[in-house]
Write a protein that binds this ligand. Structure first.
Ligand code: ADP
Ligand code: MG
Length: 279
């Protein structure tokens, strides 16, 4: 490094230019560059690439921080064998985001409680963030509550607009919205505002026929369902509760198995699943 360079001033300039990664790494890169006789262009390219990579990393970190995903729920620890009706390839394709998030299309996950809807929704959110998309995971009733407060403060439009920054809004458990929450129809306004522009991922343990409880009147229910499904991929996860199955398996294979099931299968004892209590 030439003694004529004022390194303090270089640091100051890099600060001003908002190039914090270069500010940290340039002395090391410069030393190596001098030692190995790099061309100036190679040195510049190396530090510029470094800044770009750091910027991407910081962005993903920021987006993860704001997304409020469920901790520990990833695609890697999602057992696709447990939901044979869901194609891993289709989920992987959705996780790229291109094609559906650009056009504001939706994804709807149906299935009984414990079937893995929230896990899969959060894991898809995580994969999308890693690809550079912005995602917010919300329990629908919490979000509705917030929007109702905003409405009372005459700031509903602004609250809905502030959700625009998210390429994907995950509304978990839409069917848990209670009737009194529905009366002010903020959910309908949210759905209408995002229609064909910004995507939503919705999980529900009740089919559309039961959605009358979510919205104030049948016409609004119909209009909401219509907007949601117009451009939507619907995945049905009609499986038993994962926890229940896991507990059953432990019971069947583990030490705590009740004596009755020690009887060999071929003597007419019904399969354990049929007379196990609900967990
Ligand atoms: P739902 O939202 O459909 O009620 P959850 O996603 O909350 O179900 O799943 C219940 C629990 O079981 C969670 O701890 C989840 O991680 C786990 N689980 C459900 N399905 C799977 C699966 N296919 N692979 C791994 N874990 C699963
Ligand atoms: Mg859930």
């Amino acid at each position: 490094m030439s003694a004529t360079i004022d390194t303090v001033r270089v640091s100051f300039i890099l600060n001003e230019l908002r190039l914090p990664a270069i500010k940290v790494v340039w002395p090391k890169f410069a030393e190596r560059s001098d030692k190995e006789g790099w061309q100036a262009a190679r040195f510049l390219a190396a530090i510029a690439e470094h800044e770009l990579a750091e910027r991407d990393r910081r962005r993903v970190e920021r987006h993860l921080g704001e997304a409020k995903l469920l901790p520990g729920k990833t695609l890697d620890n999602f057992d696709f064998d447990a939901v044979p009706m869901i194609s891993k390839a289709q989920v992987s394709a959705l996780c790229a985001g291109d094609g559906w998030l650009e056009t504001g299309a939706n994804l709807i996950l149906f299935g009984p409680p414990g079937g893995g809807k929230s896990h899969l929704a959060s894991a898809i959110g995580l994969a999308l963030i890693e690809k550079g998309w912005r995602v917010l995971f919300a329990r629908t009733s919490d979000l509705v509550q917030k929007l109702q407060v905003a409405r009372r403060e005459l700031a509903l439009e602004a609250a809905i607009a502030s959700l625009e920054r998210f390429d994907l809004l995950i509304l978990d458990d839409i069917a848990y919205v209670t009737k009194d929450q529905a009366e002010t129809s903020v959910l309908f306004e949210l759905i209408s505002a995002r229609y064909e522009r910004r995507s939503m991922l919705i999980t529900a343990n009740q089919p559309f026929g039961e959605w009358g409880k979510i919205f104030p009147d049948p016409a609004m229910t119909l209009a909401a369902v219509d907007r949601l499904v117009h451009h939507a991929t619907i995945l049905e996860m009609n499986v038993d509760s994962y926890r229940r199955r896991a507990a059953l398996e432990r019971k069947q294979h583990g030490a705590g198995r009740p004596a009755i099931y020690a009887t060999p299968k071929n003597v007419g004892v019904p399969p354990p699943r049929d007379n196990q209590p609900e967990i």
